[in-house]
Design a protein around this ligand. Structure first.
Ligand code: GLP
Length: 241
């Protein structure tokens, strides 16, 4: 795992955006895997800036989002549909038919998840996957457990994730208890992965990435089997302060 250590959140965001922009320049019809949460917001801001400056074009870019709460309506401001629209899709020239986000309102989550994996396959897989990391080491919504799921699936959220994500909702009771998420293999099939982490709340999870061990109780450690992962983090997350 290559590490890019940054002094500020701005530097982290610019480094991440630079890698995404290079991917788009290299392959204008690339397939991006995208993440939500507070961490990638600065990267999206920078990508919008690069787009407005005429440096990147999203016309032929295809995107797949990692996860979505379940159940949730796309109009709910806490949904990942809403998030993506606000931070990227509504601000650049991504074609709506090229944007794929799991449907948090489906009555058949299994079919929805299987169709999502099949669609990724039919696009020849993800070229570049962006990931954040949960305080408990989750990636997407692959929560710590004694066994992990390979493909896209419905999952229960852990108490710690519900508590961590309650900051975005009116109350902890309004946080959905389940989510749809890409599985570990769906993520690991991506050709390149960028993992973003900032702040001291992420230090425990990040420090587990820097050991030799793989532990399903820290799902992000599964990334150690992937040949091309770049961890972009600040000094607080890295523990170098
Ligand atoms: C959520 C998302 C993850 C994200 C994590 C961290 O649970 N499902 O994909 O990485 O939160 O979010 P934040 O960046 O807000 O700390």
């Amino acid at each position: 795992m290559r590490v890019i250590l940054c002094n500020t959140y701005e530097e982290l965001s610019k480094n991440a955006a630079k890698l995404v922009a290079s991917q788009i320049c290299l392959k204008p019809n690339c397939v991006l895997g995208l993440a939500t949460g507070a961490t990638p917001i600065g990267m999206y801001e920078e990508l919008v800036r690069l787009y407005n400056a005429g440096e990147i074009d999203f016309k032929d870019v295809v995107t797949f989002n990692l996860d979505e709460y379940y159940p949730i309506s796309p109009d709910n401001p806490q949904s990942y549909h809403y998030f993506m629209n606000q931070h990227l899709c509504g601000r650049v020239n991504l074609a709506p038919e090229n944007v794929h986000i799991l449907n948090g309102e489906t009555d058949d989550p299994e079919t929805e998840c299987d169709a999502f994996d099949a669609l990724i396959e039919s696009c020849d897989g993800i070229d570049l996957q962006i990931l954040g990391i949960g305080r408990n080491g989750h990636i997407g919504f692959n929560e710590p457990d004694d066994a992990l799921n390979t493909s896209t699936h419905i999952t229960d959220l852990t108490e710690s994730t519900i508590e961590a994500n309650a900051r975005f909702f009116d109350s902890i009771e309004s946080v959905p208890k389940q989510a749809l998420t890409m599985g570990i293999a769906t993520i690991l099939k991506s050709r390149k992965i960028i993992l973003l982490a900032n702040g001291k709340e992420k230090h425990d999870a990040v420090s587990q990435l820097l050991t030799e061990e793989i532990d399903t109780e820290v799902p992000a450690t599964m990334l150690k089997v992937h040949p091309d992962v770049v961890l972009i983090c600040d000094r607080e997350a890295y523990g170098d302060v």
